[in-house]
Write a protein that binds this ligand. Structure first.
Ligand code: AMP
Ligand code: MG
Length: 330
């Protein structure tokens, strides 16, 4: 099967709708990364997402809906704080986990009694979701464990011949996956950090926790236990304080004929002053938006990417560091 890449218009949306109704998969852009979507009611279609990605069968999927979709069809027990957060942040890069009404395929939540739901703000994503008017189960549209895709070309690289259609909406502006927020308790609890930060949530509803699994406990966000976001080449991660060490390794690698690139923010780029550089940019938002794009660029250029963490470690950088440290895990 040849994978088509089509810009989003009436014609491609109709093709996408027919594919989804037939139980096929469609990749689509969101404001975070590209998603690989299937009709969440269709058990066969949902299972084929896991097959196309090589995704572990215990890593649940997020269900995406358009902004006028009645979420109470899918989930129960929506606490007041979640309603307030929805008004503030949705549509946007915030996924909320509620008690499931078990209306979608059980394969979506991998047997958990909860369901993760999200209303993306990306115009093309909204058009696609509105056109199909179905809940769309969608993980990131990459082969499992590889770097998440932020362009249609990235999706094509990973999934060519495995899916019929990629809706092309250009480069994703957000760059890292949505914040996953557990809304089943008295206080919201972040299971995966993203662009909507703990500080932003606490400012609106007074309190927000960040989940850390205790030793021996079954993890509440199964996806977070896996190696993830990894480029094909070797990687090394240094802290901002270790810039000198990073440069030493860079120079030694050049001497040994290794194709090596430094991946870092603009501040570090100015200090480290090397030729082979993958510059993530200046602001928190730029760094998040460029992270996966630069990792994918780097894996095609380098045998070794030496990443240097940004100095700032709070806010959006919590999410960036979470991805960067997983990408560089051996
Ligand atoms: P991805 O689809 O690759 O962006 O990953 C989805 C993330 O959402 C993973 O980290 C999952 O573990 C998490 N997730 C999805 N559904 C649930 C759920 N019902 N409860 C907790 N975490 C979930
Ligand atoms: Mg993913």
């Amino acid at each position: 099967m040849q994978t088509k890449i089509l810009n989003i218009d009436e014609n491609s949306l109709n093709i996408a709708k027919n594919l989804i109704k037939n139980g096929d998969l469609v990749a689509f852009p969101t404001e975070t990364v590209y998603g690989l979507g299937a009709n969440a009611f269709n058990d066969y279609a949902v299972k084929s997402i896991f097959k196309a990605k090589g995704r572990p069968a215990d890593n649940p999927l997020i269900v995406h809906v358009h902004k006028d979709y009645d979420l109470s069809l899918l989930v129960d027990e929506i606490p007041d704080y979640a309603k307030i957060l929805s008004k503030e942040f949705l549509p946007g890069p915030l996924t909320m986990v509620f008690k499931s009404k078990n209306k979608v395929s059980p394969a979506v939540s991998c047997g958990l009694n909860t369901l993760a739901v999200r209303i993306p703000s990306h115009k093309g994503a909204q058009e696609f979701l509105k056109c199909v008017n179905l809940p769309i189960a969608a993980p990131s549209a990459n082969v499992s464990k590889h770097v998440s895709p932020v362009t249609a070309e990235h999706v094509f690289y990973d999934l060519n011949e495995k899916i019929p259609l990629i809706l092309n909406g250009g480069k994703c502006q957000g760059g890292i996956e949505s914040t996953v927020l557990d809304c089943t308790g008295n206080v919201p609890c972040i299971l995966r950090s993203g662009l909507i930060t703990c500080e932003m949530i606490a400012k609106i509803v007074g309190n927000c926790l960040i989940y850390k699994p205790k030793e021996g406990e079954q993890v509440r966000s199964p996806g977070m236990k896996y190696k993830h976001y990894s480029p094909k080449c070797k990687t090394e991660l240094f802290t901002y304080e270790e810039i000198e060490k990073a440069k030493e390794l860079y120079l030694k690698s050049i001497e040994n004929g290794i194709k090596v690139y430094i991946l870092c923010d603009d501040e570090c780029a100015n200090l480290i002053n090397v030729e082979n550089l993958l510059n993530l940019g200046k602001t928190e938002e730029e760094i998040a938006a460029n992270l996966y794009d630069k990792l994918r660029e780097g894996e095609n250029l380098a045998d070794l990417i030496i990443a240097v963490a940004p100095k700032k470690q709070d806010g959006v950088m919590v999410g960036v560091m979470n991805r960067l440290s997983k990408a560089c895990k051996s």
